[in-house]
Structure formats: structure tokens, C-alpha cells
Design a protein around this ligand. Structure first.
Ligand SMILES: [Zn+2]
Length: 419
């Protein structure tokens, strides 16, 4: 239990021990192929890349310097001297907690210091060998499969990685249309040609074993095929024209793809909330589509943060929606606790998908999973202490969130786990 908060009570610890016995599905990652990771030269600062970088630059670090520290090999002493003042001011955040748990587990230190920064860097380099993914994901995290974003379709790591593909989005200009749906030159005159290209892309992904198509939430203003066709014509007639993301062609293609993805047997994986301009990513923006398409499966990522209640309402009202807690414990364990506490009072227990690491750096999945188990256990323990749930029922809900629900929603066919 050394990675967990010292304030946990006996019941919370008991639930964590039960959750640790489960094999689980990891329902969102950004992992590069292991081969790619092994080619990198990671050091101690790699552990503070990805989400911790939000704390570095919002805390005042220059972006170019940050990139040199996090993403390029370089002089460790220079890196540390430059990093330390910013590290001092962000050490307490949830993003850093995951990095610290990871560092303790794999590289033997609870925090980075001038004294250990070289030793941690050497240990990371030494461990950067074949088998790293199996060790972290399967052995330490008991992950049956990780649903991954942005990886090559043929990188399945013997079934441990299940890829998703990105929906083609951000159709701003005619140049975009040619590049994204054709060969870059041959003229495209009809929305039907665009949809045919989308279909080919989805069918190919499905044939190669993908389990979903990943989207960013978007505004829906009711664009029809005719609106989309007229927009395509406008773009073609004026190649210098650049429209905002919220345009009838982009919207019609995206909504058509949501339906198509479902009809081809894949899940729509929907990023909602948290991003630079999060307003257009509110889960509530999807309502017009969901109301008319109550069979189309949509997995709502990140509980919509900061639009948490908008997200929960989608889960509450519509049968085809799942609430995916990926990245939530990293954003803030407080928020994740409150969101889950409220979801348990509002949703049937098949609606919540309990974990997705959402990381590039594979070891950090472990840090996030500790925080996820801890938060889930604390919510379940509170419900038991309030007299709301029995221990058995709480453990059943925990298991459904981490195992049965993703298995059912994504149609996984594992055998031999959790029997
Ligand atoms: Zn992500």
C-alpha cells in the first residue's frame, strides 16, 4: 500500500486490495509502439513530460526550453537547474502525483532532487528495454488490453494494445478536402465522395482490428447534406477561403461518420471538455445528434471536465452513452471523487467505464492506476459508510467499472481473466 495516501481508512484499504486483484481494461492511452519508445533516450525529466508540462508552462516556463528539457536528450545538470524552480511550484498537483508514484515504483525515488536526478536518469535508460510494455501494463497493472489512440493499426503488441483511429475533422478549406479525402490533387465535387472516403477509412480500420474512432466534441447546428454540398461548392470556387471548424461541411461529415462508425461495428470515442478552447468541446454540444440516434454507441471521455454535470446528464438520459473516467483522476482526484459519487447516485452500474491512463509514457499508467483505484475505493467506502451500499455490492460496482463494462461496450472476448 506504499503508493497510496496515508490517510486511507481500513475499509478503503480493503476495497483497494480487492480492486488490485482484478484484471482490467485500460480504456484510453496514447502509447507509441514499444519499439519507438526503446529508440528514445529517456531521462528523469521524461517522467514529467506529457500532462505535467501544462504545469510547467502555465507556471511560467518558456515553451522552447520546456521542449528541450522534456523531449530531447541533453545535459542533466542544465536541465535540473532550469527545471527545479518550476518543479518546486508544481510538485503537489495531481499530474505530478502520478509522476511521483511512477518514479517510486520503477526508479526508487519519491521526488526528484539534485542528488538523485542522475541516478534516476540512469535507471530509466537501463530499464528502457524490450519487455517494458508487458512488464508495466500486463504484470504491474493487470491490464488485459489498452485502447490506444494515434498508434499504427498493426501495433497490437499481441493483443495488449487495441488501436482506435482519429476521425477526419477540421475541414477548413478546399485544400483540406483534397488532402484529407483524396490524393491531394484530383478534384472532389460531391459530399458523397467524401463520405465514401470516410467509409473506406473506417472499414479498413475495422478490418485491421481497430475498436473505435476517436473524435473531439463539436457544435451541431443541424447542417443538412445540401448545406454541406453548398459549403463544398463555396470552398471549391474560392481556394483561398478558410472557414472556422464550425462549418456545415465539417459538421455533416462528422455526424455522418458517427453513424457510419457505429454501423461498421466500432465505438465512437469522444473527447469532451479539457483542452485549450474547451467551450466547443462541451459534451452537451452533441445532444442534437444523440437525440436522433439513440442506438449509436458513444464513449464520453474525461467526464466532460469542466462540464461534468452536462456529461453525467447524457449518461443519465441516453442508453447509448457511457461515462469514461479516463484522465479524470489525473486532472484532479477531488473532481473525480465528486463526479463518481454523483454518478453512482444517478446511473445504472453498467454506464461507467472506470479507467484510462491517457499517457504517452508507459510507466505513468501505473501511477494513474494507483490514483484511480484509490479514488474509486474512497467513493465506494463512503457509500458503504453512509449505508448506501453493502461491501459486496460496492465491489461488484468496482469490478463492473474496471472490467465488465468496457468488455461489454467494446465487445471484447477475453477468456480466463477474473474467473
Ligand atoms: Zn487522450
Amino acid at each position: 500500500m506504499s503508493f497510496y495516501l496515508s490517510s486511507l481508512n481500513g475499509l478503503e484499504k480493503e476495497i483497494i486490495r480487492e480492486l488490485e486483484k482484478l484484471y482490467i481494461y485500460d480504456c484510453h492511452e496514447h502509447l507509441p509502439p514499444e519499439k519507438g519508445r526503446l529508440k528514445q533516450k529517456p531521462d528523469a525529466f521524461t517522467l514529467f513530460s506529457h500532462y505535467c508540462q501544462h504545469e510547467l508552462y502555465t507556471g511560467g516556463m518558456d515553451k522552447e526550453i520546456m521542449a528541450k528539457i522534456l523531449w530531447q536528450p541533453g545535459d542533466i545538470d542544465w536541465k535540473w537547474k532550469t527545471f527545479e524552480p518550476f518543479y518546486k511550484q508544481m510538485k503537489h498537483t495531481s499530474y505530478c502525483r502520478a509522476a511521483h508514484i511512477t518514479m517510486e515504483k520503477y526508479y526508487g525515488e519519491k521526488e526528484l532532487t539534485a542528488k538523485n536526478v542522475h541516478a534516476v536518469s540512469e535507471r530509466i535508460q537501463k530499464a528502457n528495454t524490450q519487455g517494458l510494455y508487458d512488464c508495466v501494463l500486463r504484470e504491474d497493472c493487470k491490464i488485459i488490453a489498452s485502447i490506444n489512440c494515434d498508434g499504427p493499426l498493426d501495433d497490437t503488441h499481441s493483443g495488449l494494445i487495441r488501436q482506435t483511429v482519429r476521425a477526419i475533422d477540421y475541414i477548413y478549406s478546399y485544400k483540406d478536402v483534397l488532402k484529407k479525402f483524396g490524393d491531394g490533387e484530383t478534384s472532389i465535387d460531391s459530399v458523397d465522395d467524401i463520405l465514401k472516403a470516410c467509409e473506406g477509412y473506417i472499414v479498413n480500420a475495422k478490418e485491421k482490428g481497430a475498436v473505435g474512432v476517436k473524435y473531439m466534441s463539436f457544435y451541431i447546428d443541424g447542417a443538412t447534406r445540401e448545406d454541406a454540398q453548398n459549403t463544398l461548392k463555396r470552398l471549391k470556387n474560392d481556394p483561398s477561403l478558410v472557414l472556422p471548424r464550425r462549418n456545415p461541411l465539417n459538421e455533416f461529415v462528422l455526424t455522418s461518420r458517427l453513424r457510419m462508425t457505429h454501423d461498421k461495428g466500432l465505438v465512437n470515442c469522444m473527447h469532451t471538455g479539457y483542452r485549450n478552447d474547451y467551450r466547443e468541446l462541451s459534451p452537451a454540444n452533441l445532444l442534437p445528434f444523440i437525440m436522433k440516434n439513440q442506438d449509436v454507441k458513444i464513449d464520453i471521455y474525461h467526464a466532460g471536465y469542466p462540464y461534468v454535470r452536462e456529461a453525467i446528464m447524457l449518461g443519465k438520459v441516453w442508453p447509448n452513452i457511457r461515462m469514461n473516467m479516463c484522465r479524470t483522476y489525473l486532472i484532479s482526484q477531488r473532481f473525480a471523487f465528486d463526479a463518481l459519487d454523483e454518478m453512482l447516485e444517478m446511473l445504472p452500474d453498467n454506464k461507467i467505464i472506470g479507467f484510462g491512463g491517457d499517457y504517452y509514457v508507459v510507466e505513468k499508467v501505473f501511477g494513474h492506476l494507483v490514483m484511480a483505484r484509490e479514488t474509486i475505493a474512497r467513493v465506494l467506502a463512503k457509500k458503504i459508510q453512509d449505508g448506501y451500499l453493502s461491501l459486496d455490492r460496492a465491489l461488484e460496482i468496482g469490478r463492473k467499472m474496471l472490467y465488465d463494462n468496457p468488455k461489454e461496450f467494446y465487445g471484447f472476448k477475453d477468456v480466463g481473466f477474473n474467473v
